[in-house]
Design a protein around this ligand. Sequence first.
Ligand SMILES: NC(=O)c1ccc[n+]([C@@H]2O[C@H](COP(=O)([O-])OP(=O)(O)OC[C@H]3O[C@@H](n4cnc5c(N)ncnc54)[C@H](O)[C@@H]3O)[C@@H](O)[C@H]2O)c1
Ligand SMILES: [Zn+2]
Length: 710
Amino acid sequence: MTTPAAVIVDAAGYAQAVEDAVKASAAYYTGGTSVLDDDSYDRLVRGIAAWEADHPDHVLPDSPSGKVAGGAVEGDVPHTVAMLSLDNVFSSEEFTAWTVSLARRTGHEVTRFSVEPKLDGLAIAARYVDGRLTRLITRGDGTAGEDVSHAIGTIEGLPAELTEPVTVEARGEVLMTTAQFEHANEVRTAHDGQPFANPRGASAGTLRAKERAYTVPMTFFGYGLLPLADTEAGFAERLGELAHSELMDRTAVLGVNTTATTPVPGITADTVEEVLTRVREIAALRAGLPFGIDGIVIKADLAADQRAAGSGSRAPRWAIAYKLPAVEKITRLLEVEWNVGRTGIIAPRAVLEPVEIDGATITYATLHNPGDITRRDLRLGDHVMVHRAGDVIPRVEAPVAHLRTGDEQPIVFPEVCPRCGSGIDTSELRWRCEQGRNCHLVAALSYAAGRDQLDIEGLGHTRVVQFVEAGLVADLADVFALTRDQLLGLERMGETSTDNLLAAIVTAKGQPLSRVLCALGVRGTGRSMSRRIARYFATMDNIRAADAESMQKVEGIGTEKAPSIVAELVELAPLIDKLAAAGVNMTEPGATPPAPVPDEAAADSDGPLDTDTDTGTGTGTGTGTADGPLAGMAVVVTGAMTGPLEKLSRNEMNELVERAGGRSSSSVSKKTTLVVAGANAGSKRAKAESLGIRLATPEEFAILIADYLG
Ligand SMILES: NC(=O)c1ccc[n+]([C@@H]2O[C@H](COP(=O)([O-])OP(=O)(O)OC[C@H]3O[C@@H](n4cnc5c(N)ncnc54)[C@H](O)[C@@H]3O)[C@@H](O)[C@H]2O)c1
Ligand SMILES: [Zn+2]
């Protein structure tokens, strides 16, 4: 999994790449605010290296190649022993090859390795004098670092005092655990600071920040222990002889935190195979760890082997980083969707500009809950750091706040349940529809009773909630079983409204099949699709008898949609039976069922994927009305209807078009034959005119289809 290189074509491109890399590196190490994610940075650096390999005489002095921290950071506190970076391998083959070169340097095969997680934080040296923590120094350029002693006391795992009064330097990684990161961003945004994009950036920024009004904790994990100038000679000598694993034990005994306290403690391994097994184990545990790792560090464990292998200017030769694929990428937050779960939990979900992370294209990421959005100070249009490890659902870590342009928009939280329209219980972290588990039922019934479905006047949202809460209805069919006494027993139900409602329910039983089907709320079949299905099959029995193949004969139903419609109808069978038993109409007026022979002409209908918008792009393929006044015509209705058509909704207009043998469509194209243009018809009318398509006023149209009105 080597990141491909950025392509650099000329000297100017090379100079720009060097400048970009140095700038990114400086921001990365000093403030945690790089504009690049690691993958993009690594691509750039590889491109630089490739160009330099071809143009060895034109390497710029600023080039990050071969330097600790890409040469972008400095320091004024000299290190006793250089604090180096690590070389990388990306596969078991590369690792095996590395062990061969290691064997060449040591003069024998290395048979003891230490294997540790590669913690994704910042390297730091903690100096203890007579057991007391006196100084913290960053890695800097490797030879000298920056004094960040002001952070003493804010780093868990680095005690103020060791268990023994020794003078020694502990080296290790400072990072923020996931919990510490969440907390840090919460505190920061509460202080009007910008959130950090990820835990690593948060530790980089926090470590160097002085005189902040608040402190946020970090965690230290030791991976090195070495003598200082004043260390007692005998102790210094003993440390120099200890294997890495023994040094780690010693570090822990002194009271300094090490990976031994984590689910991925450092271990020793005797063979390449054992090392690789451990690499796989750690990789598998990565997604569940409470802190970030970006690889596994393998070291020659024995001091003698380390001495024999030696070090280069950027990295030791006795250790290697086995890098794991990047789990974080920067992309943009386009939208936030609010989805209602089975129990009524209303969960926000981020819609992202698609981004590839570890081989998978990520378009959605979880935002957990509304508080999470507020805590992270996310805005629409933000660049965001997206995290995806293993099979865990991708999550938005935080905005990359320093990339803001000022055009970002606040995320609007819903005020009512986006599914059923009821109130929202916001008392818990996770918001919930007040209808809880009944949310789906309330939404389904409100939808079914709606004007474009069964059109049951008097059965609005409030009534539906009332019936559901009173336990009178558990499904749509129960509506048709409601009795006068039941209704009169409810609050705010007088005699008149009861009788009106019962009458409306009786009327609803006579609605055409297309509306009954639509009322069932089968996924992917809205109004126009329901009409097409109903007109094609003519009866509910025919629809239910259809397999996926015959379902595809309906225009707009393709290979993906057909089986899901068929499956959902099977699930709905008990409800459909119950509705039929209650006397609900199950036929489409004017439609004749398709001929029983399956392979006749109507078969060629694998149309465009149906989007089934309000007006639909429907084409009436029902065979029964092919001889109406609109036979063979593609009709678009636009603008406000007047005259005899005034009261008809757009859906009802489309129904009318199809009853009269035409095909209804929502967009004007060359294929359109007639545009019914009402008052204030805008662009569709203009388009029809420019294409020379026949136009009709609502009144003219009403005359044309007079036989089919009412
Ligand atoms: N996004 C950016 O703009 C940007 C800029 C610069 C660097 N980077 C990233 O930083 C990395 C290169 O930088 P680097 O040299 O700081 O570090 P590195 O990640 O290549 O490896 C060296 C570091 O690993 C750390 N480490 C963690 N666990 C360890 C262990 N058990 N034993 C020893 N060391 C351990 C130490 O801090 C050590 O200095 C690349 O992954 C690069 O993508 C990103
Ligand atoms: Zn709801």
